[in-house]
Write a protein that binds this ligand. Structure first.
Ligand code: MOS
Length: 703
């Protein structure tokens, strides 16, 4: 048949609610995750992690374990194949955490020291738990506290600078009528995606075929090719369904180990991490200590702005939780200073976790802003309005759309902010003290080069192929809607295939950039396809395929301060007898670009806000100084918000299409968590008159 899409104009698919395309498969169990797909001849690897915090492996007593039923191999530093350690990945860094079994050094508790492979998962686990590893132990240091020895300027971290400075801070602080100088802390926080990390690897017709749970199959395939010195075209990674991932599912050791074992054993091997292993192996959020100094005129105009943050990293790799970056575009001041410092300790390497830097940074800074509002006697929203910058405070660049104040306006009206008595400790309901709080939110908006292919099929349908990842957010569905609208057809005519590295390079599901980057590539491919179809003619049986690569278009974008914004509101009740804090309601209003699928977008925002609630009141990983390991590294010991802790949370948005994005998208993955904990902490202050500068706000801290 011949097709011109112009003649098929239909009501746009985006902007109205659509349930997930794979929703039925997920709730009926038809959707299979990486750890569930059956493979012939599959063997099972079980990871053995170090029990000491620092030292060397003296010996691995493989003998007795190899004699156990079903055991096929014990891989460790003494017998593992050599990996290429001299490369950088798609993010421009090396990943020493992937150099598994390449040396005898133990840099922290939970470092991978062996993989036991057996016929069944149970046999592998029993053997792994029996395996004796002898160590030469050395003294370790895991103590994280403000200004401790060894805190330094980051040295090797790529990305934006870790320190910025303008103006004379000391002079502006001295000239300020009102000064806030406070220290805030956030604890070590952990990922716990519902689906644990899992990977299967096998060699098939000369190709390394991998099924993994990750945020970007192309990044993983390219990294595996580099690690194993393979032709990139000979590695294929797929991750059709992913049960949660907000930074933890980049390339991780389990997938390297599955590939290594499959190579050694010449049969398919699957490695699944346990919940407990995830606390050491997949990355986490560093604890932070943050000092914020704000100096203002009596009317609240900022003269001095200083945000200094300290985080930790491992001795293996420098990862910096950039908390001090949060306020760089939010507020201007005559003197402006931000710096992130880091201290390497004998702990696992931290990594990305939803809104890296911005989540802890916004807690400190947006709490400090609330303290400043109190001291100035100004409404917290009015204080923020007074300090709206015209251009990027440090860059001088114009802003893309900046609708922060529209968020506060809409949020204040819907939350009932104007009825608020600003005095703390004035509302009481029996044993409960009640209070409300607010905080600003922002997150960068960017796109990364991606490729996509769109095929006009002979039967009138269209097939989209892109190495996108749907980590549970509904990305697959959003991309189908974007494709349908670009083609001008009903979504039912779109077939969308994602998460296969063979589809070509594409951005990962990360940095709130996934849907924007992929949507851009898809619209570009559709434009190309339309040109080909406009030439007319019959569509052959194999269809007509157009491809696009957005590298050039994204590179040509004018320089601007591009960000999303939001206003967070919370109402809390504090039990004066037990110290318990209950969040009664939360409202988040966001200006985060055009919203493609309101149903799943709302879930994204609410999910982020729930995580912020959890951060404010519950989450805290505790390390035992003596062993260097965690206390309670499981979902019983690591508390997070359960359903009973989560009240009515409302999320909505103001109109805010990005004028420079072909679809108008900005990205919504992370902004929901930003500022949420501060809004709650500010509400606790309003309820009780007491500032809580250390998270989580546990009952024992409230009393
Ligand atoms: Mo994320 S922390 O951008 O996966």
């Amino acid at each position: 048949m011949t097709t011109t899409t112009e003649s098929l104009a239909v009501t746009p698919a985006s902007g109205t609610a659509h349930t997930r395309l794979e929703g039925r498969d997920k709730v009926t169990g038809a959707a299979r995750y990486a750890g569930e797909i059956p493979f012939a001849e599959l063997a099972h690897g079980w990871l053995v992690l170090s029990t000491i915090a620092r030292g060397r492996i003296r010996s691995v007593e493989s003998g007795p374990v190899l004699a156990m039923p079903g055991v096929l191999a014990v891989l460790h530093h003494g017998n593992a194949p050599r990996l290429n350690g001299d490369y950088t990945n798609g993010f421009g860094t090396a990943e020493p955490i992937l150099q598994v079994f390449q040396h005898d050094r133990v840099p922290h508790v939970g470092w991978p020291v062996a993989l036991v492979v057996a016929e069944t998962s149970e046999q592998a686990r029993e053997a792994a738990e029996t395996l004796v590893v002898h160590y030469d132990e050395e003294p370790h240091d895991i103590a994280f506290f403000p200004g401790r020895p060894g805190v330094r300027t980051p040295d090797g971290s790529p990305g934006t600078p870790t320190e910025t400075q303008k103006g004379d801070l000391a002079a502006e602080l001295a000239a300020s009528a009102v000064v806030v100088d406070a220290e805030y802390t956030t604890p070590e926080e952990h990922h716990s995606p519902l689906e644990p990390h899992a990977a299967m690897a096998r060699w098939d017709s000369g190709r390394l075929e991998v099924v993994d749970s990750n945020q970007g199959s192309r990044f993983v395939s390219e990294e595996l090719a580099k690690l194993f010195s393979l032709d990139p075209a000979s590695v294929r990674v797929r991750s059709e369904h992913v049960g949660g991932a907000f930074g933890a599912k980049a390339t991780r050791p389990h997938v390297v180990l599955a590939a290594m074992a499959a190579t050694v054993l010449h049969r398919p091997v699957r490695v699944v991490l346990t919940r407990r292993q995830m606390f050491s192996v997949i990355g986490y959020r560093s604890p932070t200590v943050q000092r914020v100094r704000l100096g203002a005129d009596a009317d609240g105009r900022l003269r001095a702005f200083d945000h200094q943050a300290q985080c930790l990293t491992s001795t293996v790799h420098e990862f910096v939780e950039r908390s001090a970056q949060f306020g760089r575009v939010l507020y201007d001041a005559d003197a402006h200073h931000t710096v992130d410092r880091v201290v390497p300790l004998d702990v696992p390497t931290p990594s990305w976790m939803r809104a890296p830097g911005k989540a802890p940074g916004s807690f400190a800074l947006e709490s400090a802003l609330d303290e400043l509002a109190e001291k100035c006697g100004i409404d917290p929203i009015a204080l923020r309005a007074r300090n709206e910058p015209e251009v990027g405070p440090l860059s001088g660049l114009p802003f893309g759309s900046r609708n922060l104040l529209a968020c506060f306006q809409e949020g204040a009206a819907r939350f009932g902010w104007s009825d608020r008595d600003p005095r703390p400790g004035t509302r009481r309901e029996g044993r409960w003290l009640l209070g409300t709080g607010t905080a600003a939110s922002t997150f960068p908006s960017a796109a990364a080069p991606s490729t996509a292919a769109v095929t006009a099929e002979a039967d009138g349908t269209f097939t989209v192929r892109i190495t996108a990842a749907d980590v549970g957010t509904g990305a697959r569905t959003a991309l189908a809607l974007i494709a349908a609208d670009a083609l001008g057809v009903e979504p039912a005519r779109i077939r969308i295939k994602i998460a296969d590295s063979d589809f070509g390079p594409a951005m990962v599901a990360g940095g709130s950039m996934g849907t924007r980057s992929w949507g851009w590539a898809i619209t570009a491919a559709v434009r190309e396809l339309k040109e080909q179809l406009a030439l007319g003619g019959v569509i052959p049986p194999q269809g007509i395929t157009a491809r696009a690569d957005t590298g050039e278009a994204i590179g040509a974008l004018a320089k601007k301060e591009r960000h999303s914004y939001g206003a967070q509101f919370a109402e809390v009740a504090v039990d004066v007898t037990s110290g318990e804090v209950r969040v009664r309601r939360m409202l988040g209003i966001f200006a985060a670009g055009r919203i493609i699928n309101p149903l799943t977008a709302r879930s994204q925002f609410i999910g982020g806000m729930t995580w912020g609630l959890s951060m404010a009141l519950h989450e805290e990983a505790v390390r035992d100084q003596a062993s260097g390991g965690h206390v309670g590294a499981d979902l019983a010991g690591y508390h997070f918000a359960a359903h009973a802790d989560v009240p009515l949370i409302e999320a909505d948005w103001v109109d805010d299409p990005d004028e420079d994005d072909p679809v108008g998208i900005k990205g919504i993955g992370e902004i929901g968590i930003v500022g949420a904990a501060a809004a709650i902490a500010n509400a606790v202050w309003h309820a009780t008159g007491v500032r809580h500068r250390n998270l989580p706000i546990r009952p024992d801290r409230v009393l």
